[in-house]
Each structure stands twice: as C-alpha cells, then as structure tokens.
Design a protein around this ligand. Structure first.
Ligand code: ZN
Length: 282
C-alpha cells in the first residue's frame, strides 16, 4: 500500500549516468520516491542487477514498478504473437518481482482488425493465463494494464477497468496523457480528473483509487490520439494543477511517474505543484 503520494521518473534520471541498480539512491537524493524501470524495448537487466536494484530501492525508500515490452499484443491476428505476448508479460513480472516491483505496467493490445469486444475477450484470456502462471510460480507482482494513447490500441479507461474486474491480481495503470490524447483533450478541469477517479472507484472499489499507479506528462495529439510526450509547460495540456487539487482534496495517495522528456525534472515540478496545492507529507 502506498503510504503517501510518490513521484519519480520513467527510467533513469536525466543527469544520472550510472546503471539502473544505482538509480534509487540518486532518485531519493533528489527528493523523489518512485522509479519505473523501462523494459519497453526488452527486459534486458540481469537477474543479479534486478535484485540489486530491489535492495537499493528498499534501502532508499523508493517504490519500484516495471514497464513491460511495447511488443505485447494479446489481440494479435498472429497466434505466435499472442503466445509471445504471454511470455513477455510473464518475464517482465518475474524480473520485476526480483526488483521488488509492485506493479508490472503494460499496453495490453491493438484492436488488430477485430471488434472491440473480441479484442477485449482475447486480452482477458491472455492476461488471465499469465496471472495463473505467476500464481503457480509464487510471483506476487500486480499486473497493471495501462490506458493507452492511440485509437488503434485497446486501452480505454472502460476496457482497463473491465480487464481488472475479470482478472485477479491486476490493478489499473492510469496514464493521464493517454486518456487526454485518445479523447481529444478530455482532461482540462478538476471535474474531468475527478471523473477518472470516480469511474475507477465505481468499477474496482475505493482501494484501487487510493493507491492508483499513474503516469503523467504533457502530450501532443492528433485525431489518431497520442503523437508525442512534451516537457511540462510546453502547451499545458493536460494541466497538472487541477489533478493536484483533486488528489489533495480527496486524500488520494497515487504513484505518479513522469514520462516527460525531462523525466525526474518534471516529477519535481509536479511535486512542487502538489505542495502548492496543500500536500505536506512528502
Ligand atoms: Zn506505457
């Protein structure tokens, strides 16, 4: 359970040139307390280094998560790709558990010329199989399907909630930039952010909201959805301030991972905005 709001970078901090196991010390020195290891282009860290990373994270009070491969697609037309997707998610979870990762983040699928219902059904089947295998092997990390930014990708908030309702040991990963981008700039005011929390609470209960795992960055988008991530303040969209107020006023304690081009630097700006909105427990 997250004890308080935690912020940190997606990957190694901008000015940190060492290897991943040393990142938690640097992150904690900056005043941050979360780290998402990036296995997006393949989980290449050795088991030994994953364990070292977990130990260091523990020592420096940093909450770790792992982002699995981009090449996961549980709804692919190609059976081999669907099978490989299970392997990839399983591997991310196994290595993630060595680094003490609380949640294994992944983009579940592309619609792949299927109906939304069919793609979702296949995804639920595939993720369930992986979770069964994790259970059998005593691996405890939560599996965290993420809201995705492109309209060709499965991953609306409704779909992520459905997956988490159907599959045990799952928890949603909420990428606010993706929700904003796939819905034409839907997140502007407090009520828009509150709507996200309320929808999750309705679908998955109060605990799911309190310790929500989230990503935040500004985003450029087109009619197809997400185009690219931007540094905070480039276009102020989506804005962080109303989110900070919703978090503080409702006593939520999410993990907020910055996926901005300047990673930890923007995480520190989000931290300032949260403090300015009245949060005192960092
Ligand atoms: Zn992601």
């Amino acid at each position: 359970m997250a004890d308080r709001i935690r912020l940190g970078p997606a990957g190694n901090p901008q000015e940190y040139s060492g290897s991943s196991p040393g990142a938690p010390e640097f992150i904690s020195g900056e005043g941050l307390s979360a780290y998402e290891y990036q296995g997006t282009r393949g989980v290449r860290i050795s088991e030994e280094n994953a364990e070292k990373l977990g130990e260091n994270a523990e020592q420096y009070g940093v909450w770790t998560t792992i982002h699995g491969q981009y090449w996961i697609n549980f709804a692919s037309q190609d059976e081999e790709t669907r099978e490989k997707s299970k392997e990839r998610l399983f591997k991310a979870a196994r290595i993630g558990s060595l680094m003490n990762a609380r949640q294994v983040v992944f983009h579940p699928a592309y619609y792949s010329d299927r109906s939304e219902g069919e793609a979702l059904e296949l995804t639920i089947e595939g993720v369930s199989e992986v979770v069964e295998r994790l259970k059998d092997e005593g691996i405890g990390s939560l599996v965290g399907p993420e809201t995705t930014g492109k309209r060709t990708q499965l991953g609306s908030l409704e779909e992520i909630i459905r997956i988490c309702q159907e599959v045990p040991r799952t928890a949603p990963t909420v990428d606010f930039a993706h929700i904003h981008a796939r819905n034409n700039g839907a997140l502007e005011e407090k009520k828009d952010y509150l709507g996200v929390f309320e929808q999750i609470e309705e679908g998955l209960g109060a605990d799911a909201v309190k310790n929500l795992h989230t990503h935040f960055t500004e985003v450029k988008y087109t009619e197809k959805g997400e185009d690219k991530h931007l540094t905070y303040g480039s276009e102020s969209s989506p804005p962080f301030r109303p989110l900070a107020e919703v978090i503080v006023e409702n006593g939520y304690t999410p993990i907020i991972i910055s996926e901005s081009p300047i990673l930890d630097k923007d995480a520190l700006r989000f931290k300032e905005i949260l403090e300015d909105a009245g949060y005192e427990d960092f």
